[in-house]
Design a protein around this ligand. Structure first.
Ligand SMILES: [Zn+2]
Length: 407
């Protein structure tokens, strides 16, 4: 069934439009004046959302870890290695606590915040059932991790089994199977090679944590620093399995999503940009784990903004994340940064995971988040900023043209 929606403002890849309505079924059909759309679709009901309403494409949170949703205060923040040790210590408690009801509640909270699609990095496969059940589009990143050559084959087989399970979902479940390589220091190059080749062959979304902490960089470059005792104690290994350059070159020619990239050099970011990669920027996670600040002012690499998991954040709200990013990048011109952040949770987020969503234009999926500003906003150049400052929840949400109740 075709429906027409008329918001006060419409957010499109070309900017904010006024006096424009959208006709949609499960996809967006046309954007035009309400008069012309009424003529073209005389039977279609018209939803007039009234003053100060803005229709956005549904927001996309490209990087999260649902399996760690049970954490509130158990993990240790402030330093990456101390955090990692606390994850290893608490994992056997936290992962079982994240049962289906808890993970589903986390997805529900995202929906309330207007998030209609997310990237779930799955280490164990325990979140697949929930991802199949929730209404959102899920890019299901089956993670591959392990640096010990003796276990590589077994780990790769386990990864293939999880990937197959995510491939066998029906289209109504809106699961896109995808591949996540844990990180350069933690994944054996032989597995990286096979996983990248597989993603390339099947055109699956591909992502990897990359140069998150100063310790990771130091380990990869010098086989020294805070990671050294960690690798010696836990993995009986005294040198890194790869170099930064060798790792990065595996992805050449296949645009992928590099998560964090806080400790990248200008040259490495130049390489990311040249290869058409995206960075997933997680400012709150980076701050809490003592990783530093991603240089967002380097505009060469397109950026998607993400929350990371509740293992390194206090909410999965992209509005909270955008507000934090506004404060963290305090030297950036304010309005311009606000515009960039909204693109980073819509169009660029979608591109980074090879999705056609994240944009209001003809042919795109009809995924929407309607928000309302608390007062009229007299300057159009402030719309993005005021949206970020004042929005905590979406007022209404649609996925594939269907409105979802938000009670
Ligand atoms: Zn992560």
């Amino acid at each position: 069934m075709t429906t027409i929606i008329l918001p006060d403002y419409l957010y499109t890849p070309e900017g904010y439009l006024r006096e424009k309505a959208v006709a949609f079924d499960d996809r967006i059909l046309t954007i035009d004046t309400p008069e012309r759309l009424r003529e073209k679709y005389p039977e279609a009901p018209l939803i007039d959302t009234g003053s100060d309403s803005i229709l956005y494409p549904g927001f996309i949170n490209v990087h999260t870890h649902l399996e760690y949703s049970a954490n509130r205060t158990r993990l240790e923040y402030g330093d990456f290695l101390r955090w990692l040790e606390s994850v290893i210590r608490e994992r056997d408690t936290l992962v079982p606590q994240a049962d289906n009801a808890l993970m589903e509640a986390a997805c529900r909270q995202m929906l309330h915040c207007g998030i209609t699609g997310f990237g779930a990095v799955s280490t164990f496969g325990t979140d697949l059932e929930v991802c199949r059940r929730v209404p959102q589009r899920v890019t299901y990143f089956n993670e591959i991790i392990g640096s010990n050559p003796a276990t590589v084959d077994m780990l790769y087989q386990d990864f293939l089994q999880r990937l197959d399970a995510s491939r066998s979902c029906s289209p109504e479940e809106r699961i896109t199977p995808a591949v996540a390589i844990h990180a350069p220091h933690s994944t054996h190059p032989a597995m990286v090679r096979r996983a990248v080749a597989l993603a390339r062959e099947e055109q699956l979304p591909l992502s990897a944590h990359f140069l998150e902490s100063p310790a990771e960089r130091q380990w990869l470059e010098e086989a020294a620093g805070d990671f050294k005792p960690f690798f010696e104690n836990y993995l009986k290994s005294d040198r890194p399995v790869t170099t930064i350059e060798a790792f990065l070159s595996q992805f050449d020619g296949y645009p992928s999503l590099f998560v964090h990239a806080v400790q990248t050099t200008e040259e490495e970011r130049g390489h990311l940009a040249k290869q058409g990669h995206h960075v997933a920027h997680c400012p709150r996670s980076n701050r809490l784990l003592g990783c530093g600040r991603y240089p967002l002012e380097d505009r060469r690499v397109p950026v998607a903004l993400a929350t990371d998991g509740l293992s390194s954040n206090w909410s999965l709200s992209l509005f909270d994340e955008m507000r934090a990013a506004l404060m963290l990048h305090y030297r950036a011109p304010l309005q311009e940064l606000a515009d960039l952040l909204l693109r980073a949770v819509t169009l660029e987020a979608a591109r980074s995971i090879r999705s056609e969503a994240g944009r209001i234009e003809a042919g795109a999926p009809a995924d929407f988040a309607l928000i309302r500003l608390p007062q009229p906003c007299p300057r159009e150049e402030d719309l993005a900023l005021q949206t970020i400052l004042h929005t905590h929840q979406a007022e209404r949400v649609w996925i594939a043209g269907e409105e979802l109740p938000l009670e």
